[in-house]
Design a protein around this ligand. Structure first.
Ligand SMILES: Cc1ncc(COP(=O)(O)O)c(C=O)c1O
Length: 436
């Protein structure tokens, strides 16, 4: 255990043993770690605000925080009050917490060093840093991207194209019904020696589709000299992904990964990261080492020496991709959720989540509600889908009945998590039936 990890979380998870997760065990040992957020959903507020306890199935959007998160942020602030600028170098201080954040993300990605992980305040910021590493001497990079990327990446690529900073080849879905489906085959068909970068999501945000064969894509991209950036926002903490892996959830040693803690890692907004493959970082002398325009004084070799050579001497490894004075509270926001993921194990969480999704779909089916039910559940992310012509309105009406979901591209998304009870799933099914 790292000295910054929480012994409360460690002991609670330890009591679960090593078998599959069950609601009985989670309720006894893990739910107490969430006492604050559970008060909101399990206890109806007293009058005058009369409402039923809410069923929260938007965990795929904003994840629910541990009580420990608030304690950690409080500690970061206490350090500031007590130590002023000594808070940076304190053993439990701001630099240590940021390093622990990087270590935890690295561990979950199967990266060998925290140096590969560059903290960012959004996934989009990570994409921009990569785009800005490909435009040396006025080169305009060509990017291949699916139309299914999240709005943040979509608007960034469109803006770069509009300003003449990138050429984008958009990949349309292979088919659109019953839900949109993208394939690595179509991405590969767009590759040639002009392509600099390929962007794809491992799990598509609107549909929950797992994009298979990413290692194959990486191999083909490398053959034409292109790099690959994978958006793992909906797979990090959901799939037992492996950065170097060649299997179903392997990322084939992709050049870059982006992701963040807003959803499954329970760390709220701002705790995001860009992961850079070590082959691009080897040392500050390696000519093939990638550098980016998105820089600042924390990326220098010795920021606190205040030396100003021209050209600047950058730090070794991923530190060369740091920027200016970084946010620090985000690391404190994120560390408890990352620890919980690591201690529970993404494999076990995945199995539990798929059981919940299947149970929800089966109950809906019995009531004649046509959820999207895949033949292969392993091809799904962490939320179930109800395709509906007025999905956004339907989601709003469900909320009025105490069921919190959301809607994207013609489907309502239902995302259970380890705090969701079987009784809530039953009640959710009943609410959907009533509202429909
Ligand atoms: C696939 C995916 N990528 C990225 C993001 C967030 O992007 P950013 O951090 O740039 O706001 C989301 C948020 O929902 C997402 O679903």
């Amino acid at each position: 255990m790292n000295s910054l990890s929480s012994s409360t979380i460690h002991h609670a998870v330890g009591k679960l043993g090593s078998g599959p997760l069950t609601e009985a065990q989670l309720s006894q040992h893990v739910w107490p770690l969430f006492s604050r957020v559970l008060q909101r959903s399990r206890i109806a507020p007293t009058p005058p605000v009369m409402r039923e306890p809410e069923i929260y199935l938007a965990n795929h959007s904003l994840g629910r925080p541990l009580d420990q998160m608030a304690l950690d942020v409080h500690e970061a602030l206490d350090l500031w009050f007590e130590h002023l600028d000594g808070a940076w170098s304190h053993p439990r201080g701001w630099l240590a917490a940021s390093c622990y954040f990087r270590e935890q993300v690295a561990a979950l990605l199967g990266a060998s060093s925290y140096q590969s992980i560059v903290p960012k305040s959004s996934a989009g910021q990570g994409l921009r840093a990569v785009l800005n590493s490909l435009s040396d001497q006025g080169h305009v990079p060509t990017v291949v991207a699916t139309r299914g990327e999240f709005d943040s990446c979509d608007v960034i690529l469109k803006t770069y194209a509009q300003k003449g900073r990138a050429k984008v080849r958009w990949i349309e879905p292979d088919y659109r019904a019953p839900i949109e489906f993208y394939s690595v085959k179509s991405l590969k068909a767009a590759l040639d020696q002009h392509v600099d970068l390929v962007l794809c999501s491992q799990v598509l945000f609107a549909t929950g589709q797992v994009l298979d064969d990413i290692p194959e894509l990486v191999k083909s991209a490398h053959q034409v000299g292109a790099k690959v950036i994978v958006d793992t926002y909906h797979s990090f903490g959901v799939l037992p992904l492996e950065w170097e892996g060649m299997g179903r959830y392997g990322l084939g040693g992709a050049d870059f990964l982006i992701g963040g803690s807003y959803k499954y890692a329970r760390g709220g907004p701002g705790a995001c990261w860009l992961a850079i493959h070590p082959r691009h970082l080897e040392s500050n002398q390696t000519p093939s080492r990638l550098t980016t325009l998105d820089t600042g004084w924390f990326a220098k070799e010795q920021p606190f020496a205040y030396l100003r050579p021209d050209p600047p001497i950058m730090a070794a490894g991923g530190d060369a991709w740091l920027e200016s004075t970084p946010p620090v509270l985000t690391a404190y926001q994120a560390n408890s959720g990352l620890q919980l993921l690591r201690e529970l194990g993404v494999d076990r969480l995945r199995e539990y989540n798929l059981q919940q999704q299947q149970s929800l779909c089966a109950m809906m089916r019995l009531l004649g509600i046509a959820m999207y039910e895949p033949k292969d559940w392993e091809s799904r992310g962490a939320f179930a889908l109800l395709p509906h012509p007025q999905a956004a309105e339907l989601s709003q009406r469900l909320l009025q009945h105490g069921l919190n979901t959301d809607a994207r591209n013609g489907s309502v998304r239902f995302g259970p998590d380890l705090l969701t009870t079987q009784a809530e799933l039953e009640k959710a099914t009943e609410i959907v039936r009533q509202v429909l």
